[in-house]
Design a protein around this ligand. Sequence first.
Ligand SMILES: *Cc1c(COP(=O)(O)O)cnc(C)c1O
Length: 427
Amino acid sequence: MAIVTSSKRSRYFAESSRYLPGGVNSPVRAFQGVGGDPVVVHRAEGAWLYDQDENGYMDLINSWGPMILGHAHPDVVEAVRTQAGKSFSYGTPTELELELAKLVVDGIPWIERIRMVNSGTEACMTAIRLARAHTGRPYFIKCRGCYHGHADPFLVEAGSGALTLGHPSSPGIPEETTRYTLVADYNDLQSMERWFEEFPESIAGVILEPVSGNMGCVPPHSSYLQAVQELCRTHGALFILDEVMTGFRLSWQGAANIYHLDPDLVCYGKIIGGGLPVGACAGKAHIMDLLAPAGPVYQAGTLSGNPLAMTAGLTTLRLLQLQPEIYDHLEQVGRTLETELLKRFAEKGQDVQVNRVGSMISLFFTDRPVGDLSSALTSDRQSFSRFFHHLLAAGIHLPPSAFESWFISRAIDESHIDQFLEAVRRF
Ligand SMILES: *Cc1c(COP(=O)(O)O)cnc(C)c1O
């Protein structure tokens, strides 16, 4: 398989940088974390991304999560095509948004109401607004290295692209805006308890990724999440799970299901739109019904509940619900990748950590177990870049950052795994 010459990519990227800031519409796509110029994708199908010269790349980005079924799944394509002929957006209620809401509310016990928005960022903004309105308290706690979208109050020691580019806290945000954002360490209950001691009765809620995917994949220590939930209950604060990445991925009911949690509010995004722009804030009725027009908390969106997006999400979630064996497949592929990566690096005598929960997996080039941001940051970025470019040259596209989770899709099968393992063996 020929690999597109980097001079062609460079030409594209030089041109796009004159039109788009940094040449991209979302920072981590720019390869700044690994060097070089990004692959310009022309189309995708199943497990493969194709550039304009029809070079194929086995996809482990999967749009950063949404494409859990693989690209251009025929059922999803057909549903979107059919809806497109009925127009794209009405600005009035539709049956589709009710169907998607029913699917989620009836299928997930701790969800009683859901508000559709257009992105994970909006979902998290709405959750914090609701938590503050419900409790009448100003502060909230987030964890170092977790990412909850790019809204102002969250861009304090944030993960994902902010972390990859080395500015986890952004300029352009007045101190007053983040004054009520308290930062704790992931997997460190005490760092959260201290805030509750310092600001008793002033903390509206805790928001966290149940399995963090935005400083690389970092799973929770055993019973950590339950302890956080209990801490919130004790102090009358809301327990908010950001399941934008984990929702419908770690299980249909998300991480809350596998860790036996009962969150007050849950943020969704990524898979819930099946690759079209959808996010959602969901949770207990007495909190959710504070949202306008049921209640006084304002939140709105011209394209919220967009019928094309609802159709893509609905079809994707239904397929996942009807075929629970998909999750077994994702687990199996994940386990094989984990085992083989560990085996290969042990052979090479190189210290690495492989963190994985289901179909979220990360490789850290460090001898320290990675359980929070500071341990994640011990990962050697140059080694990751070399590994990344080695795989890219072998036609395998990882997320271009040492601090992102890889995402496995249903479309990845034996033959892709063999290709992956062969490339890893040659590293
Ligand atoms: C991707 C992500 C977001 C932001 O979602 P966008 O749709 O990019 O705004 C928020 N939280 C988590 C955990 C995410 O992974």
